[in-house]
Design a protein around this ligand. Structure first.
Ligand code: MRU
Length: 369
């Protein structure tokens, strides 16, 4: 997307063709800092400490991380070590496993001397594919929004109100985003749109990242506390919810940032369409029951007990919210069962959140296909 008129991705190869540059998302929204990664350790740290985050961007960074690992040693054992270490960085987003498997499948059969060049090439391909996939999700999501807008306009509405949770925008991907790709396409298509942005405690990816990118793109939006969505839906102020996902099961259960499930329940109760936007690599075809089978990341409880922000003097500060001695627990994700989801928006079209729905778009995944 454009920042101050300059087309910008979240990850790119440095000018020397060896290092990898990223936007350090821990510094947003108040500072825009580009950081260079040169080693496997740096890529691991960038993912674990969430300098980069969002399922597709985690996958792309891991792919580049594998290339960085091979700079010092293109051997088989280094390849295995890089896979193991990058895989351990974050447990929930399945794009991580997908990207590492893809890299290993390409690199493993090659003689060591050919691996480094091939690794950069394949990581670049994964990043470029992500951009194309998300642009296609945007087009399919636009069709959903256009239909809804036609209905609402006929009923006298002046704008379409969309609610989103966490950040599934271009900052969570290489470009375009998943849940926000339809928003940007709708903006380009002239649909008058307003986005309710869940702040998304505890790390506030909504308040800091989604708000930041909507702000950059000039999309009208309002940040709300996580608990406000149900109230807005009861009063007819939400026309559609679109969220992203870190892992979608073969039967259409969706794992996304903690709190997504509660939004889906409120949407169901208020007959608000609830869509999930996802690229193919976010589907985990090996599992069915999301609640039972998806590993839920538990992060440092300090993310719950403390809050970071900017003071009136412009200083960045972290403060403690809770009393000394009160324990906290920090589950990163929850699972929204398929029955609460109106539809899945993929790069191949929109389908019901069900096994048959997904197989209709990905027929190559049918047993015996
Ligand atoms: O913990 P994060 O910030 O990596 O969580 C991100 C999300 O939950 C996104 O909604 C999800 O990864 C989809 S990104 C297109």
């Amino acid at each position: 997307m454009n920042i101050d008129g300059k087309p910008t991705r979240t990850i790119w190869l440095a000018a020397d063709g060896l290092g990898v540059e990223i936007i350090d998302q821990t510094r947003l929204p108040h500072e825009f800092v580009v950081t260079r990664l040169d080693t496997l350790e740096a890529a691991e740290r960038a993912i674990r400490e969430m300098w980069v985050r969002g399922a597709p961007l985690i996958g792309a960074t891991a792919a580049y991380g594998m290339a960085l690992a091979l700079r010092s040693d293109p051997s088989e054992s280094r390849l295995d070590e890089a896979y193991r270490r990058l895989f351990a960085t974050r447990p929930t987003a399945v794009n991580l496993r997908w990207a590492l498997d893809d890299m290993r499948a390409v690199l493993h059969p090659l003689p060591p001397a050919e691996r480094l060049v091939a690794a950069y090439r394949q990581a670049g391909r994964i990043a470029d594919d992500d951009v194309a996939i998300n642009a296609a999700i945007g087009e399919h999501g636009l069709a959903v929004m256009r239909r809804l807008w036609d209905e609402r306009r006929a009923a006298g509405a002046e704008r379409l109100n969309l609610l989103t949770h966490c950040n599934a925008g271009w900052l969570a991907t290489v470009d375009w985003g998943t849940a926000l790709a339809p928003v940007y396409k709708a903006q380009q298509a002239g649909i008058p749109l307003h986005v309710w942005v869940d702040e998304t405690r505890p790390r506030n990816q909504g308040a800091s990242l989604t708000a930041r990118e909507l702000n950059w793109q000039g999309v009208p939006h309002t940040v709300i506390v996580d608990n406000a969505g149900g109230h807005l839906m009861q009063h007819g102020l939400v026309d559609i919810c679109i969220v992203g996902t870190d892992r979608t099961t073969a039967s259409g259960d969706v794992c996304n940032k903690i709190g997504t499930y509660l939004k889906a329940l409120a949407a169901k109760d208020n007959r608000v369409p609830f869509y999930v936007a996802l690229p193919g690599p976010t589907i985990d075809w090996t599992i069915d029951d999301g609640v039972q089978s998806i590993p839920i990341e538990e992060r440092d409880s300090a993310e719950v007990t403390h809050l970071a922000g900017r003071t009136a003097e412009g200083k960045l500060l972290t403060v403690q919210l809770t009393p000394d001695g009160s324990p906290a627990i920090n589950y990163g994700f929850d699972v929204t069962p398929a029955r609460l989801i109106t539809g899945l928006i993929t790069e191949r079209g929109v389908c019901p959140a069900s096994r048959d729905g997904l197989l209709s778009l990905y027929p190559e995944r049918r047993p015996n296909a």
